[in-house]
Ligand binder design. Structure first.
Ligand code: NOJ
Length: 552
C-alpha cells in the first residue's frame, strides 16, 4: 500500500497556476517552471485538476476526451516531461479522474445522440412524467436539482428522452450499472497509471451509484437519494482491481456523505480508497444548509464536526484528507480568519489547526501565501458557471444587484480560481497577457517573491508544518483527542504516540482568549514546537496557535 500518512499534497489548478506561453491561461509547462518552488516547499504529491480535452463549460470537469490533453494546457509530450521533471525532484503526480459524467461533446454522448443504442446505454435516459402523447416530453422524471441550480434533467429531442445531469446541463451522467461503462472508465485510469502518475483524485465519486428506483425527493433536492448509493463500495473495489491501482494513493471527493461510508471507503481491508474529502466542516456558515444564504460560522458546529470525524475515523481505522481550500471553495483566510489586520496570524493558525490533525493535509495553490478572496465588484469579473447561474437565480428571487454580488463575493468558486500570485510584476507574474480571469485585488502585495524574502512568512510556516509531518511520527500516526470542547473560541486537541504528547491550541478570535479547562502554565515544561507569535503569554493572542510538545 502506498505511503501517505506522513505526506503532504499540493493542489494545482493548472488554468490559474502559471502561464508559460503568454496566452493568459496557465499550462503544464508553467507547472514544470514552478517545480523548484514546489520542491523547496517540501510537498510530496502534486494533484493537478483536469487538463484533458474539454469545452471548458466547467473548467475541465466536462471532459470530451479522457486520453488527450487540451491544447490550452499543452501536449502529451509536455505531460510526460512534467512527470519526469517532477520525479527528478522527488515530486509525484496525482491526476483528477472525472468518472461520474462526461461532457456532452464526448464521442460517447455524440454517438448516443446519433442513435447508437449501445452508447445510449452509457447515459441515464428516462421518459418524462405526465406525458400526454408519444412526442410530448412531459415533465422531468424526478424533482432532483443539479448542483449548479435548476433541474437535474434535460429533455433531448434527438433521444426522445430526458438525460440526467447532476452538474451542468453539458455534463450528462454516466450509467455505472452498465458494466461496459465501468470497464471503459477503468481503462482510462489504467492509461494514466501507465503514463507514470502516482495517484488519483476521483471527482464526486460517491455520486456514481444512482438509486435503483428514481423517485421524487420529498424532503430535499435529491442529494440524499443519490449520494453513497447502492453498489458504490462494490464499484470502487472493482475499479481499484481492474485499473490495478491498489498500491497507489487515491482520494475520493465525497459529496453529502457520512462518516460511516467514509470509514468504509478508506479502511485498508476494503481495498477502496486511501482517503476521502468530506465537506461538512465547510458548510458551517451556510444558513439552513443553503450555500447562497450568508451567516457567520457556527464555531461549535465546526468543533463538533472535527471531533466526530477525527475520532470516528481513528477509531475505525479510516483516513481523512485534511483541507480548508480547493478550487471550489472561497479562501479560508477570508472565511474563518481575518484577511486584513490579522491575515498573517490567522492564515498560520488555520494552517496549523488542520496540518497537525490525523489525516493527510492538502494545500491549495496560493493558500501557502495567505491568498485571499478575489474582491470582485462586478458580475463581469466572474467566470464560473455555478456563480453565474446563482447570480441569475438570486436576482430572480428578488435580491438586488448589490445583495447578489455580496453573496458571490463571499461564496463564489472564483474566489479560489484567481491567478496564482508570483511577483509584484505585471499580472502578478502569472502571465504576460491579461489572464482568463481577473487577479485578486491585493496581488501587488501578496505574492511568492515577498514570501520568499521573509523568513517569518506564511510560506515559511507551511514549510515548517510539512517538515514536522515528515519528521514526527506523532503527527502522522498519533491518536487524537479533542479538549476544551465547550469553548467556542478555540479548537484544541491533543495528539499522543508512544509516550509523546502534542497539544495544539488554536484561537479563532481577533481578540485575546482564555482557555476554560487548562492553563498555559500547565505547559511550562513543554517545548513550543510551533507558534505564530513570539514567546508565550497566559492567554492566546488574536488568532494565536501554539503547538506544545512533551514526552510523558
Ligand atoms: C467537483 C469539482 O471539484 C468541481 O469543480 C466540479 O464542478 C464538479 N465536481 C463536477 O465535476
Amino acid at each position: 500500500m502506498a505511503d501517505f500518512k506522513n505526506k503532504v499534497v499540493y493542489q494545482i489548478y493548472p488554468k490559474s497556476f502559471k502561464d508559460s506561453n503568454g496566452d493568459g491561461i496557465g499550462d503544464l509547462r508553467g507547472v514544470i517552471d514552478a517545480l523548484d518552488y514546489l520542491a523547496d516547499m517540501g510537498v510530496d504529491y502534486l494533484w493537478l485538476t483536469p487538463f484533458f480535452v474539454s469545452p471548458q463549460k466547467d473548467n475541465g470537469y466536462d471532459i470530451a476526451d479522457y486520453l488527450a490533453i487540451d491544447p490550452h494546457f499543452g501536449t502529451m509530450d509536455d505531460f510526460d516531461a512534467l512527470v519526469k521533471a517532477a520525479d527528478a525532484k522527488g515530486l509525484k503526480i496525482m491526476l483528477d479522474m472525472v468518472l461520474c459524467h462526461t461532457s456532452d461533446q464526448h464521442a460517447w454522448f455524440q454517438r448516443a445522440l446519433a442513435g447508437d443504442a449501445d452508447y445510449q446505454r452509457y447515459y441515464i435516459l428516462r421518459d418524462g412524467c405526465n406525458k400526454t402523447c408519444a412526442d410530448d416530453p412531459g415533465e422531468p422524471p424526478t424533482n432532483w436539482q443539479c448542483a449548479f441550480g435548476g433541474s437535474a434533467w434535460q429533455w433531448e429531442p434527438r433521444l426522445g428522452k430526458w438525460y440526467l445531469h447532476l452538474h451542468d446541463v453539458s455534463q450528462p451522467d454516466l450509467d455505472w450499472t452498465n458494466p461496459t461503462v465501468r470497464d471503459e472508465l477503468a481503462k482510462v485510469v489504467r492509461f494514466w497509471k501507465e503514463r507514470g502518475v502516482a495517484g488519483f483524485r476521483f471527482d464526486v465519486i460517491n455520486l456514481v451509484a444512482k438509486p435503483e428506483v428514481f423517485a421524487d425527493d420529498t424532503q430535499g433536492l435529491g442529494r440524499r437519494l443519490f449520494a453513497d448509493g447502492p453498489h458504490i463500495h462494490e464499484y470502487l473495489q472493482e475499479l481499484v482491481r481492474s485499473a490495478g491501482i491498489g498500491d497507489m494513493v487515491t482520494v475520493g471527493e465525497m459529496a453529502s456523505t457520512d462518516l460511516e461510508n467514509c470509514i468504509h471507503y478508506t479502511r485498508p481491508a476494503n481495498h477502496e480508497l486511501s482517503m476521502t474529502f468530506s465537506f461538512h466542516h465547510l458548510k458551517v456558515d451556510y444558513k439552513d444548509g443553503d450555500k447562497w444564504a450568508l451567516m457567520p460560522p457556527d464555531m461549535m458546529r465546526l468543533k463538533q464536526l472535527f471531533a466526530a470525524w477525527q475520532t470516528g475515523m481513528a477509531k475505525a481505522g479510516g483516513w481523512n484528507a485534511l483541507f480548508w481550500c480547493n478550487h471550489d471553495q472561497p479562501r479560508i483566510v477570508s472565511r474563518l480568519g481575518d484577511d486584513k489586520e490579522y491575515r498573517e496570524a490567522s492564515a498560520k493558525m488555520l494552517a496549523a489547526c488542520i496540518h497537525l490533525m490525523r489525516g493527510t493535509p492538502y494545500i491549495y495553490q496560493g493558500e501557502e501565501l495567505g491568498m485571499t478572496n478575489a474582491g470582485y465588484t462586478s458580475i463581469a469579473d466572474y467566470r464560473d458557471v455555478e456563480s453565474l447561474n446563482y447570480y441569475r437565480i438570486l436576482r430572480e428571487q428578488g435580491k438586488t444587484e448589490a445583495e447578489a454580488l455580496t453573496i458571490l463575493t463571499a461564496r463564489s468558486r472564483d474566489n479560489g480560481r484567481t491567478p496564482m500570485q508570483w511577483s509584484a510584476g505585471p499580472y502578478a507574474g502569472f502571465s504576460t497577457k491579461e489572464p482568463w480571469i481577473p487577479l485578486a485585488k491585493n496581488h501587488a502585495t501578496i505574492h511568492v517573491e515577498a514570501a520568499q524574502r521573509d523568513e517569518d512568512s506564511i510560506l515559511a510556516f507551511y514549510r515548517r508544518l510539512i517538515q514536522l509531518r515528515h519528521e514526527m511520527p506523532i503527527i502522522a500516526e498519533g491518536d487524537i483527542r479533542f479538549i476544551e470542547e465547550d469553548n467556542p473560541d478555540v479548537i484544541a486537541y491533543e495528539r499522543t504516540w508512544q509516550g509523546e504528547q502534542l497539544t495544539v491550541l488554536c484561537n479563532f478570535r481577533p481578540t485575546d482568549v482564555h482557555l476554560r479547562h487548562l492553563s498555559l502554565q500547565d505547559f511550562a515544561d513543554a517545548q513550543k514546537l510551533l507558534g505564530n507569535y513570539p514567546g508565550r503569554e497566559e492567554c492566546l493572542r488574536p488568532y494565536e496557535v501554539l503547538a506544545l510538545y512533551r514526552q510523558a
